[in-house]
Design a protein around this ligand. Structure first.
Ligand code: FAD
Length: 457
C-alpha cells in the first residue's frame, strides 16, 4: 500500500521526493535528539503540491508529518510511525505585504528571523520572537503556538495570527480568518489550528499582524540573594501595574554554569538574577525604568541593581540568560528539560517545590526562563551512566508536573506536548476534554494520517 503511494509521490515531485537514506536521515530528528526515519521526504513548492501529496497519502492511508526546521523540543515533527515527512522549507516567500493594514501573508516555511529582517527597514516587527527564531519557521511557530521573551507584553503566536491557508488530511485547501480586526463570524478555526502541533491541518500560508518597532528600550539587571525573593519581585512589579517587555530569570546553578564556562564576571554570591527589558516611546521607557528602580532597588533580597547605559552593557546583561543551555553540560551529561508554566503569583511556590524535589532525589535541578509569564525551564540534571540517578530524574520530573498542576499551572508553556508529554496531557485537562480532542481530531482527519501519535491522539 505505502509503496504505491511513494511511487506516485516520486512521479509527482521527482528529485524533491527523497528516498535515499542520507536524505531521509536529515529529517529524522529534532531538538529532543530522538530519531525516527521517515520512509520518504517530500519538498513541495506550492499549496497545490501539498494538496496533491495529501490526496495520495489519504488514498493510501499513509501517515504524514509536517516539518519546519525541526527545532521542536517535544518530538512533534518526528515520523514515529514512518510514512511521509513533508518539509515546507521551499515555501518560504513573502506573499503580500499590506502596509495599510499592518499585516503580511507569508508562506509557512519562512524562518521567523527572515521575516523580522524583511520588516526591519519598514520600522515594523512581528512580536513573537522565540529564542529559536533563527532556526524555526512561521509554520512551526504556529503549530506550537510559540512565544518568546517579549511575550509578557506582546503575547504569543495566537495573538498575532489573523488568517491561515491550510491543507486538510484529504487534500482540501481552505482559507480561514480575515484581515478584519473584528470578525466573529463562525467558529474560530484559526485559533484552533494555532497550537495544534500539525495534527489537524498543514499550514501553508499565514496572515500575520505586525507592530511598529518600539522606539526605545532599557535593560535592567537585578541580582538577588534568594531565588524565592526574586520570584516574589516579579509579581510585585506586575502588582504595581508595570508590564515590562521581558522579565527573565536565572537561578544560582545556571549562573555558576555560565560563569564557569565563560568567566564574564557574573556575581557568584547571587542566588538568582532577574533581567528586565522595557520598551516603547522614550518618555514611557524612562518613566517605567525609573518606577522599577524606585520600587526594586532596595527591595527584599536585591543585592545589586543596574540599568544598562548603552547597547553594549545591555548585551553583557543578556549573556547570562542566552548562554545557559550549552553550559549546563558542565553539571551533568543528562538533562530532562521541561517548560512548565504557573500563574506569576505562584512562581515562588513553584521554585520552592522544585528545590524540595531536588533535595528529595539528591539531584541538581536548574531553573531559568520567562519569569514574567510564569514559564520556567526546569532542567533536571543527571549522570546517564548512573542507573539510579536516571530513574530518580524521571521520578523528579513526575513530581515537578504534579506540583505544577496543583498550583494551577500547565505542563507546557511553549514547547507543546508532542510525544514527550503525551502521557501527562490527560492529567492536566481531564478525560472528558481528551475525548473531545479526539472527536475534533476525527472531524479534521478521519483516517488519522496527520501526525498520528502526537498529543496522545
Ligand atoms: C535552542 C532552542 C530555543 C528555543 N526557544 C524557544 C522559545 O523561546 N519559545 C518557544 O516557543 N519555543 C522555543 N523553542 C522550541 C521550538 O523552536 C519551537 O517549538 C518552534 O516553534 C518550532 O519550529 P520549527 O519550524 O522548528 O518546527 P518543527 O520542530 O519542525 O515542528 C514543530 C511542530 O510543528 C509542526 N509543524 C511544523 N510546520 C508545520 C506546518 N507548516 N503546518 C502544520 N504543522 C507544522 C510539526 O509537525 C511539529 O509538530 C526552542 C528550541 C530550541 C532548540
Amino acid at each position: 500500500m505505502r509503496k504505491k503511494a511513494y511511487k506516485k509521490l516520486k512521479s509527482l515531485l521527482g528529485a524533491r521526493c527523497l528516498e535515499d537514506k542520507l536524505g531521509r536521515l536529515q529529517y529524522s530528528y529534532d531538538a529532543t535528539q530522538r530519531m525516527y526515519m521517515p520512509d520518504v521526504v517530500v519538498l513541495p513548492e506550492s499549496t497545490n503540491e501539498v494538496s496533491k501529496i495529501m490526496k495520495i497519502a489519504y488514498e493510501h492511508n499513509v501517515p504524514v508529518v509536517p516539518k519546519g526546521w525541526g527545532s521542536g523540543f517535544t518530538g512533534g515533527s518526528l515520523n514515529v510511525e514512518g510514512g511521509i515527512a513533508i518539509s515546507l522549507e521551499k515555501m518560504d516567500k513573502i506573499v503580500e505585504f499590506d502596509k495599510d493594514n499592518l499585516m503580511i501573508w507569508v508562506e509557512a516555511g519562512l524562518a521567523n528571523y527572515d521575516l523580522q529582517e524583511f520588516l526591519e527597514p519598514y520600522g515594523l516587527i512581528f512580536p513573537p520572537d522565540p529564542s529559536s527564531w533563527k532556526f524555526s519557521t512561521i509554520g512551526g511557530n504556529i503549530a506550537e503556538n510559540a512565544g518568546g521573551p517579549r511575550a509578557v507584553r506582546y503575547g504569543v503566536m495566537k495573538d498575532w495570527v489573523k488568517g491561515l491557508e491550510v491543507v486538510l488530511a484529504d487534500g482540501t485547501i481552505m482559507q480561514l480568518g480575515s484581515k478584519n480586526i473584528k470578525d466573529v463570524a463562525g467558529y474560530d478555526l484559526v485559533d484552533l489550528i494555532v497550537g495544534s502541533e500539525g495534527t489537524l491541518a498543514i499550514v501553508t500560508k499565514a496572515l500575520l499582524r505586525l507592530y511598529p518597532k518600539p522606539e526605545h528600550k532599557k535593560t535592567i539587571q537585578m541580582v538577588f540573594d534568594d531565588m524565592k525573593k526574586a520570584a516574589r519581585t516579579v509579581s510585585f512589579i506586575m502588582r504595581n501595574k508595570i508590564i515590562p517587555t521581558s522579565m527573565e530569570f536565572v537561578d544560582r546553578d545556571a549562573i555558576m554554569a555560565v560563569e564557569d564556562a565563560l568567566h564574564i564576571g557574573l556575581p557568584t554570591n547571587a542566588d538568582a538574577i532577574l533581567i528586565l527589558e522595557v520598551d516603547g516611546n522614550r518618555a514611557e521607557v524612562e518613566e517605567n525604568a525609573e518606577t522599577i528602580e524606585a520600587l526594586c532597588k532596595n527591595a527584599d533580597g536585591v543585592i545589586r541593581f543596574r540599568i544598562a547605559k548603552d547597547e553594549k552593557e545591555a548585551e553583557e546583561i543578556w549573556v547570562a540568560r542566552r548562554t545557559i543551555s550549552p553550559t549546563l553540560k558542565r553539571i551533568a551529561d543528562g538533562k530532562i528539560n521541561e517548560d512548565i508554566v504557573v500563574p506569576v503569583s505562584k512562581l515562588a511556590d513553584m521554585i520552592d517545590a522544585s528545590q524540595k524535589i531536588a533535595k528529595k532525589y539528591e539531584l541538581k535541578i536548574v531553573n531559568f526562563g520567562h519569569a514574567g509569564d510564569g514559564n520556567i525551564h526546569v532542567n533536571i540534571m543527571y549522570d546517564t551512566n548512573d542507573e539510579q540517578q536516571t530513574k530518580s530524574a524521571l521520578k523528579a520530573m513526575d513530581d515537578i508536573f504534579t506540583a505544577c498542576l496543583s498550583l494551577g499551572g500547565s505542563i507546557t508553556g511553549e514547547h507543546g506536548v508532542g510525544i514527550t508529554k503525551k502521557d501527562y496531557l490527560e492529567r492536566q485537562v481531564g478525560g472528558d476534554v481528551m475525548e473531545l480532542y479526539k472527536r475534533i481530531k476525527k472531524a479534521f482527519d478521519d483516517r488519522n494520517i496527520l501526525n498520528p501519535g502526537k498529543m496522545g491522539l
